[in-house]
Design a binder for this molecule. Structure first.
Ligand SMILES: [Zn+2]
Length: 342
């Protein structure tokens, strides 16, 4: 086993040709999916089902749309992070079981008991639902563009900055229960992430297996601790603010790659390691790659503390010291040098 056994809330089924196998045992179910994903895999779905194609994950949208599906017996969420989160939200509101079929590993949505929704465009984590099982079909995952799967490693790299914030939090506000065992485990996870970079880049079976086991390890602990502060802290706060500043959706693991870069620098914590890992993974965190301007990045950093306080986010390095204009200038010029940005 790659990670120590923690619990059994997130059952993983690995294999190939899993959709017919799963849906053979279901009837009158609701498929919540991305449009292109449904088109690609609909022939593999057995028995009677309805389909909901995800538009967005605004709570207002889903509250309105969920009403049409009250009679279904189960939910199958199929797609990327948005489809999985919408599926989780709908299953919870319909009071039905959910079977998750992630088609890409760009985010850990399938392994999270909360759903990352939006309320007026601001990320809001809500709910508590555990899947019947998570189906990892190697061929389906490999059918997604490589860079999307690789970007998911950015969400694992978040452990680097988040576990530091968690330790800090444990010494100040203690808002999130601390565990040295999990903190050490997060360092082991980062080490294994380094060892698996080639597998992850190739999106081979070993790389997919590693990423899913890492997501599962985080998820099982989160079910026990009722939080995930070793993998979601200042870098996720910075991501939330970038989404708020830029008013556009991001590829999750990719923007987290950027925010780990800056928050590890701000923490003075394993920053060069984070940089090396981002480069070796090939996650594109340039302005162009993220389709953001230098001004937006600057604003995102300069308003980060206000955003964090306004949103009532957990205590992290962002609360511990001021993000000054001088620091932001230094950080952005280092960033441009590290990633050859003119
Ligand atoms: Zn994340």
């Amino acid at each position: 086993m790659m990670f120590p056994h923690v619990g059994d809330r997130f059952r993983l089924v690995y294999g190939r040709n899993l959709l017919p196998e799963l849906t053979e045992g279901l009837n009158n179910y609701l498929v919540v999916a991305d449009g292109f994903v449904y088109e690609k895999y609909k022939d593999q779905l057995k028995n009677e089902h309805k389909v909901y194609i995800v538009k967005n994950v605004e709570v207002a949208t889903l509250e309105n749309d969920v009403k049409d599906y009250e009679g279904v017996d189960a939910v199958v969420a199929m797609g990327g992070g948005m489809a999985i989160d919408a599926g989780k939200w709908m299953a919870e509101h319909l009071g039905k079981k959910i079977h998750s079929v992630p088609t890409v590993l760009s985010v850990n949505a399938a392994f999270c008991y909360k759903s990352a929704m939006r309320v007026n465009n601001v990320v809001t984590y809500m709910g508590r639902i555990f899947p019947e099982a998570i189906y990892i079909d190697f061929d389906i995952i490999k059918g997604a563009p490589k860079y999307l799967n690789v970007s998911g490693a950015g969400d694992l790299l978040a452990c680097l900055t988040a576990s530091y914030d968690w330790k800090l939090n444990s010494m100040v506000t203690k808002s999130h229960a601390y565990s040295q065992e999990i903190s050490d485990g997060a360092q082991y996870l980062l080490g294994m992430l380094s060892e698996n970079i080639d597998n992850i880049r190739e999106v081979n079976d070993e790389g997919i297996y590693f990423m899913c086991e890492a997501f599962r390890w985080i998820a099982e602990h989160s079910a026990k601790m009722n939080h995930t502060m070793w993998e979601s802290a200042s870098e996720h706060a910075f991501f939330d603010n970038m989404e708020f500043v830029c008013k556009k959706p991001f590829l999750h693991g990719q923007i987290i790659g950027l925010t780990v870069y800056f928050m590890s620098l701000f923490q003075d914590n394993q920053h060069e390691r984070a940089l090396m890992m981002l480069k070796r993974l090939g996650i594109d965190v340039t302005l162009k790659g993220l389709d953001i301007t230098e001004e937006q990045l600057r604003t995102g950093l300069l308003t980060l503390r206000d955003f964090t306080e306004h949103e009532g986010l957990r205590y992290t390095i962002i609360n511990a010291k001021p993000i000054t204009g001088e620091w932001v200038d230094m950080a952005i010029s280092k960033y441009k040098k590290d990633f050859d940005i003119a």
